[in-house]
Design a binder for this molecule. Structure first.
Ligand SMILES: [Zn+2]
Length: 326
């Protein structure tokens, strides 16, 4: 294995599997993509992941002797001892032996972590957080996910599932959250929460350009539609985005008090082209909600890796494990 200079990074999502062969410096040598077909039996989905890995190695024109390990970013929560995903509402892989199956199939070690930890670690190694040691990643999308890098290492905690930043409680007896509790950040700042709130306002007769842009089909509400609505100065949409940013900022303030990061990276689909609008609000509210001495020097910045965050982060996880094993 001494001459193996590459790893595979796999981004496992509900609709597609992305795999890439990545050098230690983060150069992508070859990639492949397959549909996940998440409703199929688990062994079939695992077979698709393996096939996607093989295609990426082929695309890179490398041999398997040159690939050292595989890193996978998957929706969580995970059981690291078994190398399984405990529960995936969107992919039929609950308790399937993901790392066991794939390491046997591909003949090299396979490591797995949850997709937001992977995204944060990728930004830390190859993106906005390069060269830092204490980094928080927050991803604003359908839900709100987060990853914590403390002293250069991902914080996993006792259960291995640390970093559920979307479920910081901000409001006592507040809005209902997808996790079954109330008042979580995710119930105010996720796309799902924003859609619910927008729907309530429309029901009350409030006007918004969204009815023209997407009609009644909320699946069409992409980040570019959000941008169009913001450009048109749509009051309702602006109010929702500002609310999301405000609550995120308050949560970031608490996180700064607890973890004293040097950088907070904000990513996810909601940020899209709206970071100029969202970031200053997060910065402002974070500053108001933590000790001034702890805010000093903290950078709150947008994520940099975009669509490649998943594969690069998964590759970074694999490289980290490979080096730890040396
Ligand atoms: Zn929650």
């Amino acid at each position: 294995m001494a001459d193996a200079h590459y790893v595979l990074g796999v981004d496992l999502g509900g609709t597609k599997i992305l795999a890439a062969v990545v050098s230690q410096s983060g150069e992508i040598k070859g990639r492949a993509k397959k549909k996940t077909k998440p409703e199929r039996p688990a062994d079939e989905i695992l077979g698709r992941i393996a096939a996607c890995c093989r295609e990426a190695v082929e695309a890179a024109q490398l041999s398997w002797a040159e690939i050292e390990a595989v890193g996978i970013g998957s929706p969580g929560p995970l059981d690291p001892v078994k190398g399984t995903v405990i529960d995936t509402p969107n992919i039929n892989l609950a308790n399937a032996p993901i790392t066991g199956f794939l390491s046997q199939e591909l003949g090299i070690p396979v490591y797995i972590d949850n997709d937001v930890n992977v995204g944060t670690f990728g930004e830390y190694v190859y993106g906005a957080g390069k060269g830092r040691k204490h980094v928080i990643g927050i991803f604003m999308g359908t839900g709100i996910g987060g990853g914590l890098i403390v002293d250069g290492k991902l914080l996993h905690g006792f259960s291995y599932n640390a970093g559920e930043l979307g479920h910081i409680k901000l409001v006592v007896n507040g809005r209902k959250c997808g996790c079954g509790q109330r008042g979580c950040l995710e119930a105010y700042a996720s796309k799902t929460a924003m859609i619910r709130s927008l729907q309530r306002s429309i029901k009350k007769g409030k006007a918004t350009i969204l009815t023209k842009l997407i009609g009644n089909d909320w699946s069409k509400l992409t980040s570019s539609v959000f941008s169009q609505a913001v450009e048109a100065k749509d009051k309702l949409v602006l109010r929702e985005i500002k609310t999301a940013a405000r609550y995120t900022g308050i949560a970031v303030g608490s996180l700064i008090n607890i973890l004293s990061p040097e950088m907070v990276i904000i990513g996810g689909g909601l940020m899209g082209n709206l970071s100029d609008l969202i970031l200053p609000i997060i910065q402002d509210y974070a500053k108001q909600n933590c000790f001034p001495i702890m805010y000093e020097g903290v950078e709150i910045v947008p994520a940099q890796l975009g669509d490649d965050a998943g594969i690069l982060g998964a590759a970074a996880i694999a490289w980290d494990k490979v080096q730890a094993a040396v």
